[in-house]
Design a protein. Structure first.
Length: 93
């Protein structure tokens, strides 16, 4: 239950950030209308009604490539000479 609540909170925060940054724009294009409800001796009936309509515009992210030259440092490894002393290590633990 906590995980579901955390996911819901994160989703709401993400939507609020998208709205505040202009990445997401929501406009209502049609108003909602409640249905007409009537009761008779046969039960309850509902007629009509209309769901609201929304126009949602989202931003776009463009991803591309370009060619460029990057300088990479050269790595030179030299072997030690035979007459050099071996490195001193301390293996005592």
């Amino acid at each position: 239950m906590r995980a579901l609540l955390l996911i819901l909170i994160i989703a709401v925060v993400a939507i609020l950030i998208a709205l505040a940054s202009g990445f997401l724009n929501i406009n209502q294009t049609r108003q909602a209308k409640a249905p007409e409800v009537s009761t008779t001796h046969n039960g309850v009936t509902a007629r009509g009604g209309q769901a609201p309509a929304f126009d949602v515009e989202t931003g776009s992210v463009k991803v591309g490539t370009r060619q460029t030259t990057v300088k990479v440092p050269a790595l030179v490894v030299e072997k030690p000479a035979r007459n050099q002393a071996a490195a001193v290590t301390n293996n005592a633990q």
